[in-house]
Design a protein around this ligand. Sequence first.
Ligand SMILES: NC(=O)c1ccc[n+]([C@@H]2O[C@H](COP(=O)([O-])OP(=O)(O)OC[C@H]3O[C@@H](n4cnc5c(N)ncnc54)[C@H](OP(=O)(O)O)[C@@H]3O)[C@@H](O)[C@H]2O)c1
Length: 286
Amino acid sequence: MILRNIADFPVSAIGLGAMPMSIEGRPDEAQSIRTIHAALDAGVRLIDTANSYHLLAGEVGHNERLIAKALGSWSGDVASVLVATKGGHLRPGDGTWTQNGDPAYLIAAAKQSAKDLGVDAIGLYYYHRPDPQVPYAESIGALVELLESGVIVRAGISNASIEQINLANELLGGRLAAVQNEFSPRHRSTIDTLRECQRLGIAFLPWSPLGGIGSAKQLGDRHSAFHQVAANHDVSAQQVALAWELALGDRVIPIPGASRPESILDSIKAVDLQLDADELELLGQE
Ligand SMILES: NC(=O)c1ccc[n+]([C@@H]2O[C@H](COP(=O)([O-])OP(=O)(O)OC[C@H]3O[C@@H](n4cnc5c(N)ncnc54)[C@H](OP(=O)(O)O)[C@@H]3O)[C@@H](O)[C@H]2O)c1
C-alpha cells in the first residue's frame, strides 16, 4: 500500500521530485516522460515541481510543461495525481538561483504556473524560498490571496524555519498544508521543523532526501549505518534512507528526484521496507 492520507491531502507516501529532468544533466524528453509514467504506474500520486526547474533563461516553466505533457499521455486517472509547484525562487540562466518574494510577482507566477501545468487551479502551491528583501508576512499574503481567489487549492512553504511555519500557518488561518525543507541522512538540522509539522498536523516533505543530485548515488558509501542496514535487507541504501524518513512521522512524504525509471522504481519500494527499532536507532545516531 503506498498511499498516505493526510487530511484532505491524499498522496503517495513517496513523491517524485522532477527537478533532475529539467536542470543541468537533464535527460531527453522521452526519457523524462518514461520516468514520470513509470512512477505513476507504480502508484506515485505526488509530483514535485517548480517554475524555476529549467536550465536556460527563457525556459521558465520547463518542468511544469513537461509534467503536463506526461500526464496528458498517461493512461491512468490524472485526477488522482497531485502536482505541487512553487514560486519565488528563480534561475536567471547562469547557474545561480535568486529570490523574489514580491506578492505581485508571486501572484502572477502562480497564474502562469497554472497555465503551464494546464490546470484551472494548482493543487498545492509553495512559496519556494524566503526573500530577505521582502517581509515574510507580505509574501505569505500572496498565498492567502491565491487561496481565496481559487488560483491554488492548498498552500505550502519551503525552506522555512519554525517561526516562519507558525507565522505562515497563522496568516493562512490554520490552512498551511505542507512544508518542504531539506532533510536527509547528511542534512538533519531541520529535524526541528519536521517535528513541528508533525505536532501541527502539517505534511513535511524532505527535499533532496537522498542527499541531493550530486551525492545520492554515494549514500551508502558516505553513511555506513545506511550501508549496513541495506545489506541486512538486501536493498539499496537509498531505500533505507527513505524508509527511515518515513518512520520519523506519519506526516512525512519524501520526494526523491529521478531522471530514470529505475531510480524511482527502486525508491518507491521504501514504502514496504520495515525497519526495526534497533535499526532505526542506529540510523538515527549516525
Ligand atoms: N524546495 C526546494 O528548495 C528544493 C530544493 C532542491 C530539491 N527540491 C525538490 O526535491 C526533489 C529531490 O531532491 P533532489 O532531486 O535534489 O535530490 P535527491 O532526491 O536527494 O537525489 C536525486 C538523485 O537521486 C538519484 N536516485 C533517486 N532514487 C534513487 C535510488 N533509489 N537509487 C539510486 N539513486 C537514486 C536520482 O538519479 P537519476 O537521476 O539517475 O534517476 C537523482 O538524480 C527535487 O527533484 C525537487 O523536486 C526542492
